[in-house]
Design a protein around this ligand. Structure first.
Ligand code: PHE
Length: 509
């Protein structure tokens, strides 16, 4: 191609969007495909091929795992920016993720934990950097950028939609178990076929990325390495491991020894460190108030960022129970058949991405139609939280009915519909408001904070879900009701703060 030839495009966008779209589609396929099974596999009895863990323990492991995936995005981004470049980070991350899923395909507990560890590291390298590359496809001021991100978001949800249907069929459906038996294989190992399918998905993503990576041209190159870059990366890594350590401590109800050192004499009670959990919410509130009260306009904007951080954290804390408590509700309390079609619990995980694919264009039209009259970003966050309260509120009557037997799948579908409306109010605008409110030199760090909000939210989702099933089915209405009420109150507080936060934002929309 000559220098003057018009650059190749993909649906009117830079051709490099295509490999990023498909690589992320398959990466999300692997992530959500595996996640749909994780909790169900952990609590399944040994005779059913599972790990037979109690619900509370499974929910905590699940929360720590999904938290770690997003927390590792912070060093993942820094390492790419300073040492290896985004393109290499995505490639390396993808290989590590695939290895992780294949490790989960081995039916034994050591490869299980090794697999989770590898997926965490790999996703930390891949997820933030693939999104950063989407941004880099466009010159600054190119007005196709937002549309580019919307297309990319479709890729994410397309992968997330197909995934649970495929992995759920392999792991849970009686038809596939019968096939395994026909082959003379153990049908209780079906879980690992699901995990293996997730690995195959990631390999497909890698193939696309390598074969069509040429379209990316100079996007995501290897940076010139400097000692400052090494220092930065190491600090980020050590900081993240330290933060992870604090979160681990916050799960300890009875800590008697640390790294082999006895902390208390035999027979004495250990330390209960679960109070540390409150710090994860109180610290950002303190930072928000501190920054918000500053005299400098730029610092007040950071105050607004922390308002959005807290909103996102609370939102994900309920939303991300999809793979844990809500998945268990599907498994234990929802009808297993629609007509004559068997519906495994994991298939409900396809509902949210399905609704996103249907509704994202509707939202785009509504926001464009409203133009300047559309709600402000803090108002959209408040709406997001409001819809979440509605979603969990809907589960109160469902839980009451569940006492008498399995309930209609429509309850969960209704919940996921409201949750998705909430997600579309909050998640896409969140990412962009973080970049807009941040001082130029801090944009990377602020995106890290956005992922950290998701990380802590996922962790809280695990903590909240660990109470699922406590006190039996008759207590489930309280489980959902208390969370709905809690988030409704928070939405009220957020509403009250809207005018103040708009002032902090100082004209940024
Ligand atoms: N569905 C989104 C995704 O997988 C959820 C998400 C939002 C994850 C924000 C991280 C941060 O990309």
């Amino acid at each position: 191609m000559s220098e003057t030839a018009t650059p190749r495009t993909w649906f009117g966008h830079p051709a490099g969007l295509a490999p990023l779209f498909f690589a992320e589609l398959w990466e999300r396929f692997s992530y959500y495909g595996m996640r749909a099974l994780l909790t169900l596999y952990m609590v399944a009895p040994l005779a059913g091929g599972g790990l037979n863990l109690p619900t509370d323990k499974a929910a905590l492991i699940y929360g720590t795992y999904t938290m770690s995936v997003y927390m590792l995005s912070i060093p993942g981004g820094t390492i790419a920016d300073n040492l290896i470049g985004s393109r290499m980070a995505v490639l390396l991350g993808g290989i590590i993720i695939a290895a992780g899923h294949f490790s989960l395909a081995i039916p034994s507990s050591t490869p299980f934990y090794l697999g989770l560890f590898l997926i965490v590291i790999g996703t930390g390298l891949l997820k933030p950097n693939i999104s950063a590359m989407v941004g880099q496809l466009y010159e600054s001021g190119d007005n196709r950028r937002d549309a580019g991100f919307s297309i990319f978001y479709m890729g994410i949800n397309l992968g997330s939609f197909i995934a649970p249907i495929v992995t759920g069929f392999l792991a849970q459906h009686s038809a596939f178990k019968a096939i395994l038996e026909g082959w003379g294989l153990d049908p209780t190992h079906s879980w690992h076929w699901g995990f293996g399918a997730a690995g195959v998905g990631m390999v497909l993503g890698l193939i696309v990325f390598v074969v069509f990576g040429g379209q990316l041209k100079e996007v995501g190159p290897v940076p010139t390495r400097s000692s400052a870059g090494w220092v930065k990366s190491i600090i980020m890594l050590v900081g993240t491991v330290g933060l992870w350590g604090i979160v681990w401590l916050s799960d300890q109800q009875n800590l008697t020894q640390l790294a082999g050192v006895h902390l208390v004499a035999d027979g004495n009670n250990g330390f209960d460190l679960t109070w540390l959990r409150y710090l994860f919410i109180l610290a950002p509130i303190a930072v928000m108030v501190w920054f918000g009260c500053s005299k400098k306009a730029e610092t007040r904007r950071l105050g607004a960022i922390f308002y959005f951080f807290i909103g996102a954290l609370v939102f994900w804390a309920l939303f991300e129970q999809a793979g844990s408590s809500l998945n268990l509700f599907a498994d234990e309390h929802t009808r297993t058949h629609v007509g004559s079609v068997e519906v495994p619990a994991s298939w409900y995980q396809a509902a949210n991405p399905f609704f996103v694919i249907c509704l994202a264009p509707v939202f785009a039209i509504i926001w464009t139609k409203l133009g300047n009259r559309q709600p402000s970003t803090p108002m959209k966050f408040t709406l997001g939280l409001g819809f979440l309260a509605l979603a969990f509120g809907l589960m109160v009557p469902a839980a009451k009915l569940a006492v008498h037997g399995r309930v209609s799948p429509l309850w969960l579908l209704g919940l996921y519909l409201f949750q998705t409306i909430g997600e579309l109010c909050l998640s896409p605008v969140g990412l962009s408001i973080f970049t807009k409110l941040s001082p130029k030199h801090l944009v990377g760090a602020m995106l890290g904070i956005w992922f950290l909000g998701a990380a802590f939210g996922n962790k809280f989702a695990g903590v909240l879900a660990s109470a699922f099933g406590e006190g039996g089915t008759s207590n489930l209405d309280r489980f959902f009701g208390q969370q709905a009420l809690g988030v409704l109150i928070i939405a009220g507080l957020f509403l009250g703060l809207v005018p103040i936060v708009r002032r902090w934002m100082g004209g940024v929309k």
